[in-house]
Design a protein around this ligand. Structure first.
Ligand code: 13P
Length: 247
């Protein structure tokens, strides 16, 4: 039985002061045993948010890693550093990183492997552009993103897939629940091909893209959608309401 997972992706928002103030006000309302809750915060906030969440079931995630453990990689943070700091999750391959920072499928695959090697759960993001959807190549494209991200990744590893159509991110334009369900079902199908149906059945698949407390319930009720990766709404009290829709 898959657990629902709601993750907030704060992106480049909230300094450590703002982060701890916000987390202190919402943590008791979002703490849950029934649902996995993750806050993916900017690197500078990781430690203060981690400390603020001690004694709760809420997990902390980073938004990126590099695929080496240490060395001359100015500006980067490794999966090992996160693991040594009790950080539990990391977003890998977000479309903003793919588009703005030229992350390739190959780099994303290396990051996924590294995160898993250090016991960190990667939230692997996939999703099509508007142009791809209009040209009806979204399924083919997403299948390829998944296959490339999971090269040499065993089916017994723990990872999460987040389907985030690029046209729905930060636009207020959510995919309809049935559009999101169709793609999440395709994702599960490709996971069943790579591994087997039993393994695919256990993998959590999130939807992301303009999720808010008004559309969350319908999205999360879909059979292959196991929660959300929430951007803008995770920065406000709306995140609490989204979680209440999920539990
Ligand atoms: P929004 O919820 O702001 O559309 O962002 C989605 C997202 O990119 C989460 O990773």
């Amino acid at each position: 039985m898959r657990k629902t997972i709601i993750a907030g992706n704060w992106k480049m928002n909230k300094n450590p002061d703002e982060a701890t103030k916000f987390v202190s006000t919402i943590k008791n309302d979002i703490d849950s045993n029934d649902c996995d809750i993750v806050l993916c915060v900017p690197a500078i906030d990781l430690i203060s948010v981690r400390d603020c969440l001690i004694g709760t079931n809420i997990k902390v995630g980073a938004q990126n890693i590099y695929f080496e453990d240490s060395g001359a990689y100015t500006g980067e943070i490794s999966a090992k550093m996160l693991a040594d700091s009790q950080i539990n999750y990391v977003i890998v391959g977000h479309s903003e990183r793919r588009q703005l920072f030229n992350e390739s499928d190959e780099m994303i695959n290396k990051k996924v492997i590294k995160a898993i090697a250090h016991g960190i759960v990667p939230i692997i993001c996939v999703g099509e552009t508007l142009r791809q959807r209009e040209n009806h190549v979204e399924i083919e494209f997403i299948r390829m993103q998944i296959k490339n991200a999971l090269i040499n990744v065993s089916g017994t590893s723990k990872f999460v897939i987040a389907y985030e159509p690029i046209w729905a991110i930060g636009t207020g334009k959510t995919a309809t629940a049935s559009q999101a369900q169709d793609i999440c079902a395709e994702i599960r199908k490709v996971l069943a091909e790579i591994y087997d149906p039993n393994i695919a059945d256990e993998i959590q698949i999130q939807y992301g893209g303009s999720v808010n407390s008004k559309n969350a319930k319908e999205l999360f009720a879909m059979p292959d959608i196991d929660g959300g990766l929430v951007g803008g709404s995770s920065l406000t009290d709306d995140f609490v309401s989204i979680i209440k829709e999920a539990i």
